[in-house]
Design a protein around this ligand. Structure first.
Ligand SMILES: [Zn+2]
Length: 113
């Protein structure tokens, strides 16, 4: 896999992160922090429509690290990411190398909007 491919994979994940941010914003206005909401799997497959269940606190905990994403089990590409947390419903992954740098760059762009 070359750097361009890795960068594209990171951009796919950034798209779903944007969708999940909006889910999070909407859910926050209801203020039910013990409720589990459906977030989209943030894996590298742009066609993946799987959902993961997270409380708002769990989601924000993951979002605090720009290189971390939440994915369904076995939606991990070990070439560009590694698993940092496994729970029955989902996995938390962290990007490394070029994909990690792209994720951080994209985070900077969305932050300045
Ligand atoms: Zn997926």
């Amino acid at each position: 896999m070359d750097d361009l491919q890795k960068a594209r994979l990171a951009q796919n994940e950034d798209f779903f992160r944007g969708v999940n941010d909006r889910i999070n914003e909407k859910a926050e206005s209801h203020g039910l922090d013990s409720h589990r909401y459906e977030f989209f799997c943030e894996c590298s497959d742009a066609t993946c429509m799987e959902r993961v269940l997270l409380t708002l606190g769990e989601y924000e905990h993951i979002r605090n690290e720009p290189t971390r994403f939440v994915v369904k089990k076995n939606h991990v590409i070990r070439e560009i990411e590694h698993v940092v947390e496994t729970v029955p419903d989902h996995m938390v992954i962290e990007k490394h190398g070029e994909a990690g740098r792209v994720a951080v760059d994209l985070e900077g762009e969305t932050g300045s909007e």
